[in-house]
Design a protein. Structure first.
Length: 212
């Protein structure tokens, strides 16, 4: 049985109304990255692959009050789905943990190598060129301004507000992700992708005429 075909079909249904930053393209990128990291980190693909495919099977908006519970809800839904299609039960618990622990909002530490790989793969999709594009897409969908009109880079001591300004999200979350990577392979790739985001901010600073 081609499990991945089943996973993809299920996710296309689950994400029919998802926001642009959490669509099937995001899922496919996370799966591809997770497979690469799994090979480099000797993680079990029987856990990593379904976890990566199903990690956003319950997708809640960024501004949802239930956002911190989304990964736990997704883990429960994923295990129910895997049981329904007959995926080997011995992997269900590890898959549920990997899905629960992938979320930045949930704050659940990944206890297994497989959970670490899935968390890193998902976080890497918030960095680099793709991460920049996803950040701006999310900002547009939420009606967020690009930057604060008088303090674009949050240097005045004001409280950062990434629900109001997309550039604030770089400082609230994105530039911190590299320090949260769990695997050596993830850390190396995160460093490269974070450098791209830092380059964007420097370019923006120059175009706005804001001194560094």
């Amino acid at each position: 049985m081609n499990w991945e075909t089943h996973f993809a079909t299920f996710m296309e249904t689950q994400l029919a109304t998802a926001d642009a930053a959490h669509d099937m393209a995001h899922i496919r990128r996370v799966v591809a990255t997770a497979k690469r990291l799994a090979a480099e980190e000797a993680a079990d693909l029987a856990v990593v692959v379904p976890s990566a495919w199903l990690h956003d099977c319950i997708a809640l908006p960024k501004d949802s009050p239930e956002r911190a519970r989304a990964s736990t809800l997704a883990a429960e839904a994923a295990v129910a789905y895997l049981a329904h299609i007959g995926y080997p039960e011995e992997h269900h618990e590890a898959i549920a943990h990997a899905i629960s622990a992938h979320s930045f909002s949930a704050g659940i530490p990944p206890r297994t190598r497989e959970a670490q790989v899935v968390q890193d793969a998902d976080r890497l999709d918030s960095l680099g060129a793709i991460g920049l594009a996803r950040c701006l897409l999310t900002g547009v969908s939420m009606g967020t301004a690009l930057y604060h009109p008088t303090d674009p880079f949050g240097e005045s001591g004001r409280a950062l507000d990434d629900k109001a300004y997309s550039v604030d999200h770089f400082y609230v979350k994105l530039l911190k992700l590299a320090g949260s990577m769990q695997t050596a392979s993830g850390r190396a790739e995160a460093a490269r992708r974070t450098a791209y985001l830092e380059g964007f901010l420097e370019q923006l600073r120059g175009e706005l005429g804001v001194g560094s």
